[in-house]
Design a protein around this ligand. Structure first.
Ligand SMILES: Cc1cc2nc3c(=O)[nH]c(=O)nc-3n(C[C@H](O)[C@H](O)[C@H](O)COP(=O)(O)OP(=O)(O)OC[C@H]3O[C@@H](n4cnc5c(N)ncnc54)[C@H](O)[C@@H]3O)c2cc1C
Length: 287
């Protein structure tokens, strides 16, 4: 391991002051489950680690008009929250499948989102739930739609002097049923070959009032399956319609899966077709 200084500020103002003083030598660290691996593999060599673990007020799950989730909330907190399980089911299912128990006890949702892996388990659920990220800088605060946050593998629109403080999910999502499927080779300590999350709202005549679909590992960033969503709205909630939506999502104007060590692109494409109908049925079952 390299030598680094470890700072543990207790307020955001202290964090911003440290970021300003240390400049590009500094790296924020939350649970450290991505950062420390990157340091060990010499992908990054920060001189100063600025820990966010002293910011206890960034650990919360609240429902007001909208749902508010603090950036330092761990996956374990999301996994065990009755509110998240009942009303934001896809997110609970995503959190519950990150790594293993020990990892979920320290790894945070803010870290998962800011690390911006194309395979992040919280990304597809957050996209399907229409989340926004809240970024706090030294002078201002801004909100970015989750769908606009990721710009490439490990890249986001977050500026170097900003901290992700909160995720907001519209309160309206309580009217949706949602679900997440992590397709991977084994159940623990494995990243998804593909992740599919869906949130759906049905009309009383069983037509689809609204739907959002989040996909991971089918493009350089987590994405919404917009062609499938547009096709589905207003249609009857039937097997044929769901199958056609899966086909549309697998087309190159939506998915561009690549070959990787874990599987080949054609298989990911096939699984998009298979999993979209399955996830949307499960989501409707959670209404
Ligand atoms: C063995 C193992 C298994 C894993 N399995 C999975 C898995 O199944 N699914 C999955 O999705 N991930 C998995 N991961 C990856 C990792 O655990 C998650 O991405 C985790 O959520 C990262 O959170 P963290 O708090 O540890 O982030 P950290 O490692 O502390 O930070 C990650 C990145 O985000 C930045 N950051 C953190 N918090 C903030 C903030 N509030 N504002 C601004 N920037 C911030 C850091 O600077 C860093 O760039 C695994 C990792 C390991 C080591």
């Amino acid at each position: 391991m390299i030598d680094y200084e470890y700072k543990k500020p207790e307020s955001l103002d202290e964090v911003f002051a440290l970021l300003k003083n240390c400049g590009s030598q500094a790296k924020l660290i939350a649970g450290g489950t991505d950062v420390l691996i990157d340091i060990k593999h010499r992908k990054i060599e920060p001189e100063v680690l600025i820990s966010l673990r002293g910011l206890n007020d960034l650990q919360y799950i609240r429902k007001e008009d909208d749902y508010h989730i603090g950036a330092m909330t761990t996956h374990a907190m999301l996994e065990h929250s009755e509110l998240v399980e009942k009303e934001l089911t896809a997110l609970q299912q995503g959190a519950a499948q990150v790594g293993c128990v020990q990892l979920r006890n320290v790894a945070t949702i803010g870290g998962n989102v800011c690390n911006a892996a194309p395979s992040a388990d919280s990304a597809a659920p957050l996209l399907a739930l229409g989340a926004r990220v809240v970024l706090q800088g030294p002078n201002d605060r801004r909100e970015v739609e989750m769908a606009d946050f990721f710009t490439g593998p490990s890249a986001t629109t977050k500026k170097d002097d900003e901290v992700l403080v909160e995720l907001i999910i519209p309160g309206d999502m309580e009217k949706y049923g949602s679900s997440y499927c992590k397709h991977s080779r084994r159940k623990a300590l494995n990243l998804p070959i593909i992740g599919v999350a869906g949130a759906i709202k049905l009309n009383s005549d069983n037509t689809i009032s609204d739907v959002k679909i989040g996909l991971t590992v089918v493009a350089p960033t987590p994405i919404r399956a917009l062609p499938a969503e547009e096709f589905l709205v207003g249609k009857a909630f039937t097997d044929d319609v769901l199958t056609e939506a899966g086909k549309r999502a697998a087309e190159p104007d939506c998915c561009m899966p690549r070959d990787s060590l874990r599987c080949e692109g054609w298989y990911r494409e096939e699984m998009v077709r298979v999993l979209i109908p399955r996830v949307l049925k499960q989501a409707a079952g959670n209404l």
